[in-house]
Design a protein around this ligand. Structure first.
Ligand code: BLP
Length: 389
């Protein structure tokens, strides 16, 4: 019996006997070639090859089908396409729907490699991009052109964590027949489901919380009924596929995502509250804090937060940042988040990383709070801030 309760879904989804063969987890069905006993079998498989039928490795196997069903249920869509990483999910979802002469609207705090894809790849294909302020809301209307095809959102946005008024923006997009895509790596389907707010395609770097153990690169995109057929077929034609082993590991991570996120959220809130009172810290950029732009939309639309947040320093220079980073022991520098480990990245300024929103504040330090003991993390930050000068 299926359930609308998310933690039950995380445990139960994608466990049809056709995928598990009677055990708890799906089989790891590695394949390039599927063999058929008769012409009739081959013709039957060819008819339904795009819909969870064994036909050819690139179309997926039982392991992939189990993961696709689970993610589709988690995000509440019609179907889920799998990609080798989050960046591929973003770029291939865009390439599935734009053509030369189109224009897209991209949020200005978007994950930097997404910006680079727009500027270095889409531009070369004749697709133009306008970056809009993350807090623009319904004012997005002013940025729409006659050839605008896609409104791309990421909420909260990368590093500076602004949360968008998604329903207001989706309403404007629908009024102008513009499709919407949202990078939901932060909301992860448990705490935020873009399709419930009218977004057409929800994209995640499964690399982060879904996998949850920093050992698989994967992207997912879940589309609604209107856009699923095109996303599924164009992802196939663009050659997007993942290994059965990675699909198994992603599904394995999904099973504990609920309990892991509970701990990430609890620990991050405690660490952020400690940082908030520190004399060197200007303010916290954690969606659950009033000092985070768009906090009111987080309270209205999200069911929870996780281990990722940033804080802005009152002052600082690169020397102070480097000394701080080098003195951390438990919290490691690394270009990712969503695993069990605590990580840190730092930006001296956001100037130059934004094209339509200014930045006159201090350095930004982003933390991913992992599953270590909170006291150890706070002690680590306390001693590191002592050398931040
Ligand atoms: C919101 C969001 N959306 C998509 C992706 C990409 O996922 P992938 O890593 O699986 O491709 C990510 C990847 N997250 N990684 C990080 O935030 C770490 N920083 C970077 O990756 C980064 C930032 C700026 C410039 C270059 C990089 N980089 O390491 O490629 C993401 O945060």
């Amino acid at each position: 019996m299926s359930s609308k309760n998310k933690n039950t879904q995380l445990v139960s989804s994608g466990r049809k006997k056709a995928y598990t063969h009677g055990v708890v987890n799906p089989v790891v069905q590695r394949a390039s070639t599927i063999v058929f006993d008769s012409v009739a079998d081959l013709k039957e498989a060819a008819k339904t090859r795009g819909d969870k039928t064994l036909f050819y490795g690139r179309r997926g196997t039982s392991t992939h089908f189990a993961l696709q069903e689970a993610i589709t249920e988690l995000e509440g869509g019609e179907g889920c396409a799998l990609y080798p990483c989050g960046a591929a999910a973003i770029s291939q979802a865009l390439l599935s729907f734009v053509k030369a002469g189109d224009h897209i609207l991209m949020v200005d705090n978007v994950y930097e490699p997404t910006r680079d894809f727009c500027d270095k790849i889409l531009a070369g294909l004749g697709v133009t991009t306008t970056y809009y302020p993350p807090t623009i809301g319904a004012g997005i209307k002013e940025y729409i052109q006659s050839n605008t095809k896609v409104l791309f959102l990421e909420s909260p946005g990368s590093i500076t964590m602004e949360i968008q008024d998604v329903p207001a923006m989706v309403k404007v997009a629908n009024e102008h027949n513009i499709m919407t895509m949202l990078d939901n790596t932060y909301g992860n389907g448990l705490h935020y489901r873009p399709l419930e707010h009218g977004v057409d395609i929800s994209i995640q770097a499964a690399t982060k919380y879904i996998v949850g153990h920093s050992d698989v690169m994967m992207g997912v995109a879940v589309a609604n009924k209107k856009y699923w057929p095109t996303l599924r077929e164009h992802s196939y034609l663009l050659g997007q596929c993942t290994s059965a082993d990675d699909a198994y590991l992603a599904l394995r991570g999904l099973r504990t995502m609920g309990v892991r996120l509970n701990q990430h959220e609890k620990a991050a809130m405690e660490v952020a509250k400690w940082l908030e009172q520190h004399e060197l810290v200007d303010h916290i950029r954690h969606p659950a804090f009033e000092t985070c732009p768009g906090h009111e939309f987080f309270k209205r639309d999200f069911d929870g937060s996780n281990g990722l947040f940033s804080f802005v320093m009152k002052t600082g220079n690169q020397k102070a940042i480097d000394a701080f980073l080098d003195s951390l022991e438990h919290i490691k520098m690394g270009f990712s988040w969503g695993g069990f480990e605590s990580l840190v990245t730092a930006n001296l300024t956001m100037k130059g990383l934004r094209s339509n929103t200014g930045w006159d504040l201090g350095p930004v330090i982003r933390l991913h709070i992992g599953l270590e003991d909170i006291d150890d993390l706070i002690s680590d930050l306390s001693q590191a801030l002592e050398v931040y000068q």
